[in-house]
Write a protein that binds this ligand. Structure first.
Ligand code: NDP
Length: 314
């Protein structure tokens, strides 16, 4: 039997879609993907989600969203959707490269993944001093000196988070300004143990058998190279949408974000909807992801009702 609403992804978009679809009696099945709870599990305090005057811890918020989705009958499955055939209906879907299921509608909420610089030393020291998640790994560097690369809100958040654990944080910014919101920039600049290195790029991460011991940075105006003694190197340079699964099947923009019809969550394939960061490179907030998850469930509900009406009239 086909699943009526298949939700792929377990961030705020996926869980909100699940809450709405479940309350509409559509018995949604949600596959969590490789990072249950999504990106918010790698964040610390979420202070901008309405309804939490004192803020809420990211992982806790995802546990609460999961519970809320389950309360109304969502079936949560810990698996990875590895293939979707958008040319057949109901849509054949492969899970963990072996199990075949089928779905009458699909809500894609696969989010986005952290980007890396692409230098060899980054891979060499992965999990031995190089990390893309300060909240996950910062604890290992307490009392030590670290570097963060990036200049957006993530870089601001990660460096202020690390500044509470570490003796010193070097923030490596490639331009002469930060992209982060003004309030975040102020937070960074007002933190005494964060040193911002402007117009600076990462030349190489240095280390030995034990892991990272330093980073060689290069001023891109003067060409001057400097070595910093650090033990942790954190990336905060943005994300890539998780859409490889749909290449050649669903419309995407040049960066790989799924394209939806304006004012809706509809992709170019009827019955397949995209919600959250996977289709949003502009806002990328938990609250906007949750809002679009709600839209996705309502769009799927409408689609299924129209299909049923067609069958009844046939
Ligand atoms: P962004 O895309 O906003 O920023 C990425 C940053 O990384 C940019 O400053 C960019 O530099 C820099 N960068 C990219 N590639 C490289 C490279 N190869 N070398 C050095 N630097 C590089 O990503 P974020 O993850 O920071 O934020 C994503 C979204 O999430 C944003 O909308 C942000 O506002 C939001 N967010 C909100 C938070 C909050 O409100 N608490 C917390 C975290 C994120 P350049 O500026 O030169 O392009």
């Amino acid at each position: 039997m086909s699943i009526k609403v298949l939700i792929i992804g377990s961030g705020p978009a996926g869980y909100t879609a699940a809450i709405y679809a479940a309350r509409a009696g559509l018995k949604p099945v949600l596959y969590t993907g490789g990072q249950p709870g999504g990106q918010l599990t790698t964040t610390n305090d979420v202070e901008n989600f309405p309804g939490y005057p004192d803020g809420i811890n990211g992982p806790q918020m995802m546990i609460d969203l999961q519970k809320q989705a389950e309360r109304f009958g969502t079936e949560i499955k810990y698996g990875l959707v590895t293939a979707v055939d958008t040319t057949k209906y109901p849509f054949p879907v492969t899970v963990d490269e072996k199990d075949l299921i089928s779905a009458e509608s699909i809500i894609i909420a696969t989010g986005a993944t952290a980007k890396y610089l692409g230098i060899p030393s980054e891979e060499k020291f992965a999990n031995r001093g190089v990390s893309a998640c300060a909240v996950c790994d910062g604890y290992f560097y307490r009392g030590k000196e670290v570097a963060v690369v990036g200049a957006g809100d993530s870089a601001g958040e990660e460096s202020t988070y690390l500044s509470k654990l570490c003796t010193k944080v070097h923030l490596i910014v490639r331009r002469d300004e930060m992209r982060a919101s003004k309030i975040m920039q102020q937070r960074v600049l007002n933190t005494p143990n964060i040193q911002v290195h402007w117009n600076t790029e990462t030349d190489e991460i240095l280390g030995d058998e034990q892991g990272v011991t330093g980073v060689r940075i290069k001023n891109n105006k003067t060409g001057q190279k400097t070595e910093l003694a650090i033990q942790g190197f954190f990336l905060a340079i943005g994300h890539k949408p998780n859409t490889d699964l749909f290449k050649g099947q669903l419309d995407m923009d040049e960066a790989g974000y799924l394209v939806v019809k304006p004012g809706s969550t509809k992709t170019n394939v009827e019955g397949i909807f995209a919600v959250g960061d996977v289709a949003d490179k502009v806002y990328r907030q938990a609250i906007t992801a949750a809002g679009s998850g709600c839209m996705g469930a309502l769009d799927a509900e409408k689609f299924l009702a129209a299909k049923e009406a067609d069958v009844a009239h046939a």
